[in-house]
Design a protein around this ligand. Structure first.
Ligand SMILES: NC(=O)c1ccc[n+]([C@@H]2O[C@H](COP(=O)([O-])OP(=O)(O)OC[C@H]3O[C@@H](n4cnc5c(N)ncnc54)[C@H](O)[C@@H]3O)[C@@H](O)[C@H]2O)c1
Length: 586
């Protein structure tokens, strides 16, 4: 089965060449070994402009498949559609792409529908490296509105058509070798990222060939200028962590922080890998669970890091779930005013959410995550195999955060999860692909708004409700774990959006239906022993740190994949919603 979203196979060396010049261009050219590069993606993604620049950088010829079709037919694409119909156009498109691929090494930009053809996909896979230039719908719409030569968009509702096309095509684009996010920045920035991703991909392939043949490792870059870092996702990343850490922090001493569930499973493998890379290491083990995000544990971890003689250039490694990541990150930010930090997230929630983006912290008796710092790691290693030892309940809870990304702004992803979730749970290719998609979504938001001054707040979809439920059960993980609270919160956010007239009821039903299908709770009544009133839930929400000057801020939705920040929501409306929600049975 093809993967859901695009994969990159194997990443090992992390080059410091930020600008895609010199060494990187030469490495990419050598690794391409005469193969062409084919750019795929929606109309308006920038395939022609980016392709042309890429060709210049690599000193290779450039071909635009649409132009080649037009000159072969002696008429424009709208004319071909009008006179011969789409089917004839697609036939010609297949022939032209086959010819271009046979013409020697070229950078080829394809039309938006070209990758729908299995024949073309197979030919490209055999003869070239493919790149999905992925752009958000609003970016695409802005760009295509300016032009009239898009026959596929000559409909009454071009926006709806574009979204439908994206939904149909995304699974095929997703089979491309690598994915690069296209957005409104200078073309050269995208070309730099493309070259960097290709470079990482090619180097990884070489190392995989030498070590574990065929291991599939995806990479996502969090772009924060000099604080940028890669997230690697795939099997065996714990066992191979040492050389990867050595690569970015040569000879750094390490202090591993983990919990008493994870330590017996993975600490020895990580230690052996650090030994193999010649990195000195110490470790500290804290009790598993939310209660470790405390002042007492923070003190214990900081003292252990200092005792391990970790200096500023040395490294603290978080090996565990979100609790370990948050606690360790805050210690890394604080000891000596900041030491190097590596995240090795081992829960699904931590891999798709908490290890990415640099939020670290502990809880205070006044509420969750009230003490903390923004502190970015240097590297994130998300070992997909580690999820096999996670309990079913914790895995499912993490899945609520995966779904969240689809609900925020990627309806196609949500639709794919609805059909492919079993493969994800079973550890099939969808698992790595979905973690990658989630990380990519979070990385994009973090790159735009690192300190949550703007739309990073969208990531809190469902969380204002979730945090209130968690608070009212006293953070008792036996009754409610974070991801379960998020699942109930996501349904609440959608139903509340319906109540306020923002969202069609059928979208809320779809969200609820999928969460129920995978076995996640959707009703407050499913929280064991919950006896909070609407007023108490409101109070708990008001104490959430996201409350500004007494007004409630919610992330609401206009539909699946269309969330927005709603400020100044009336408490009366929330109370009304909650009173109703509390009457619903499990
Ligand atoms: N920093 C952020 O941006 C951010 C985002 C979301 C959530 N969070 C925080 O993350 C925390 C929740 O994270 P979590 O759900 O990972 O909780 P967790 O760290 O408590 O892990 C859940 C449980 O799974 C165990 N575990 C972890 N990996 C395992 C593995 N591979 N095999 C077997 N057992 C394993 C842990 O020991 C623990 O018992 C909360 O404190 C939440 O506030 C932070």
């Amino acid at each position: 089965m093809p993967p859901l979203y695009s994969r990159i196979t194997g990443v090992n060396k992390l080059s410091g060449d930020k600008h895609g010049t010199g060494d990187r261009v030469e490495r990419v050219k050598a690794a391409l070994a005469g193969r062409s590069v084919v750019l795929v993606g929606m109309m308006g993604a920038g395939k022609s402009s980016i392709g042309r620049r890429l060709a210049q950088r690599l000193s290779l010829p450039f071909a635009d498949a649409d132009h080649a079709i037009e000159s072969a037919a002696g008429m424009s694409i709208p004319e071909i559609f009008a006179q011969h119909g789409e089917e004839e156009f697609r036939k010609g498109e297949r022939r032209v792409i086959a010819r271009l691929l046979g013409d020697g090494q070229t950078i080829i930009a394809t039309g938006g529908g070209a990758f729908q053809s299995s024949e073309t996909r197979e030919r490209v896979a055999a003869q070239a490296v493919s790149v999905w230039l992925k752009a958000d719908t609003d970016v695409l719409l802005r760009r295509v509105r300016k032009r009239s030569n898009r026959p596929m968009l000559h409909t009454d509702d071009p926006e709806a058509t574009l979204k439908r096309l994206l939904l149909d095509r995304a699974p095929h684009y997703a089979t491309a070798t690598i994915t690069v996010q296209s957005r409104d920045v200078p073309h050269d920035v995208i070309v730099d990222e493309l070259l960097e991703t290709l470079d990482l991909h090619m180097q990884g392939q070489q190392t995989d060939a030498q070590t574990e043949a065929g291991a599939q490792i995806a990479t996502v870059r969090v772009g924060l200028e000099e604080r940028s870092y890669p997230i690697l996702i795939g099997p065996d990343l714990i066992r191979t962590a040492g050389p990867r850490i050595h690569e970015i922090l040569p000879n750094a001493a390490c202090c591993i922080v983990t919990d008493n569930n994870v330590a017996p499973l993975y600490l020895a493998a990580l230690q052996a890998s650090l030994d193999a890379a010649g990195l000195r290491h110490a470790h500290v083990i804290v009790p598993a669970g939310e209660s470790s995000k405390s002042y007492a544990m923070f003190e214990q971890v900081c003292d252990a890091v200092i005792s391990a003689k970790i200096e500023r250039g040395d490294c603290v490694i978080a090996l565990g779930g979100g609790v370990i990541g948050d606690l360790t990150g805050f210690a890394a930010a604080s000891v000596r005013r900041g030491v190097q930090f590596v995240q090795i997230p081992t829960s699904l929630l931590a891999q798709v959410d908490s290890s990415v983006g640099g939020k670290t912290g502990i809880n205070s008796r006044h509420g969750k995550n009230l003490i903390g710092a923004f502190y970015q790691p240097r590297l994130v290693l998300a070992d997909s195999g580690a999820l096999n030892t996670l309990s079913e309940r914790e895995f499912r809870a993490g899945y609520a955060e995966v779904i969240k990304y689809g609900l925020i702004d990627d309806a196609a992803f949500f639709t794919l999860l609805e059909t492919q979730w079993r493969d994800l749970f079973a550890g099939g290719p969808t698992r790595i692909a979905a973690i990658e998609t989630a990380c990519r979504a979070k990385a994009a938001v973090v790159a735009r708004d690192e300190r949550e001054e703007g739309d990073r707040a969208l990531l809190n979809l469902g969380h204002t409700f979730a945090h209130a439920f968690e608070r009212l059960v006293g953070y008792d993980g036996t009754r409610l774990v974070h991801g379960e609270a998020v699942a109930i919160g996501l349904v609440a956010a959608f139903r509340f959006s319906v109540q306020l007239g923002h969202c069609p009821g059928q979208d809320a039903s779809r969200v609820e239906g999928h969460l129920r299908t995978v076995g996640l709770p959707t009703e407050i009544a499913q929280i064991p022993g919950f006896d909070g009133t609407a007023e108490q839930i409101l109070d708990a929400m008001a104490q959430d740190k996201k409350v500004k000057r007494g007004q409630l801020t919610f992330i609401l939705a206009r539909g699946i994949g269309e969330s927005f920040i709603a400020r100044g929501v009336e408490a009366g409306d929330v109370r009304h919603y909650l009173e109703d929600a509390l009457t619903r049975t499990a």
